[in-house]
Design a protein around this ligand. Structure first.
Ligand code: ATP
Ligand code: MG
Length: 260
């Protein structure tokens, strides 16, 4: 076990009354176990609590009850070596005044590296995410969205983390760039054995990258798909609806099996 999320609950206070405030229950006892080297997807509609769960795992939000237990492989690592994160909005995830070199170097600042070793590492990271090394001296506004998201991935990978939380990390990119980034994430997962928690509203994207999917509604997991071949045989009505809307339930399961 790498990360064990146990019975997390979280409510936010509404702004209605300072005297008798009401609360919005956003997470209702969520439990997820993420093992080493696997990619777990969280799929659900907007407002279902996916990002809040991510923030609780990262320690950016405190849960009302429940706990996040880190496994032995990461419990003793410094935080930046254990967990990295890539958000949807690459523009606000980077400081526009820093060069790409400085941005990717951010998580490496405390590492004792010679100038040459650091430069070699940065060049290597940039190559790994498929960007030209001449980009190191550029500023964020001189890159396209897809290129900048690659920079964010390079920065996330830089400290060689065991686990990366990706919250809608490809959602604002066009489809061809999405495919490139998903291929890149797949490659990094295979080569470095990184585990991902992949948060998205897009089933197609999730089913491409993830080993397991959890469907999320109203702050609860309503369906788990542990084997992606069983994606079309889910029982939960909401999950069926999502799959239907994404065109997954149009082809009868048998037919596709026969083609495979
Ligand atoms: N800091 C906060 N204070 C108050 N309410 C919040 C806060 N963060 C989130 N919420 C509320 O919690 C609910 C869940 O939000 P969350 O961002 O987790 O949803 P999500 O599943 O990530 O949605 P999306 O797919 O749109 O990103 C929303 O109703 C949101 O308004
Ligand atoms: Mg979100």
């Amino acid at each position: 076990m790498l990360i064990d999320v146990k019975q997390i609950t979280k409510a936010f206070k509404n702004d209605d009354s300072w005297l008798f405030p009401t609360y919005q229950q956003v997470l209702n006892g969520v439990s997820i176990t993420i093992h080493e080297g696997e990619c777990v997807g969280i799929v659900g509609e907007s407002g279902s609590g996916k990002s809040t769960l991510g923030k609780v795992i990262l320690g950016l939000e405190a849960a009302d009850s429940g706990e996040v237990v880190l496994g032995a492989a990461i419990a003793n690592l410094p935080t930046h070596r254990a967990i990295s994160v890539v958000f949807q909005d690459y523009n606000t995830s980077v400081n526009p005044r820093l060069t790409i070199r400085e941005i990717i170097n951010e998580p490496l600042i405390s590492e004792a590296l010679t100038h040459q070793a650091r430069e070699a590492l940065l060049v290597n990271l940039l190559e790994e995410v498929g960007l030209d090394t001449e980009m190191l001296d550029r500023y964020p506004h001189q890159l396209s969205g897809g290129q900048l998201q690659r920079v964010c991935i390079a920065r996330a990978v830089a400290p060689n983390p065991k686990f990366i939380l990706l919250d809608e990390a490809v959602s604002s990119l066009d489809v061809s760039v999405q495919v490139q980034i998903l291929d890149l994430l797949q490659k990094l997962k295979q080569e470095r054995g990184i585990s991902y928690l992949f948060i998205t509203h897009d089933i197609a994207v999730a089913s491409f990258l993830c080993d397991r999917l959890m469907f999320f509604k109203g702050g609860e997991i309503v369906e788990c798909v542990d084997d992606m071949r069983n994606l079309k045989t889910v029982s939960d009505p909401y999950t069926k609806e999502l799959l239907e809307a994404a065109g997954y339930l149009e082809i009868p399961f048998e037919t596709e099996l026969n083609q495979a």
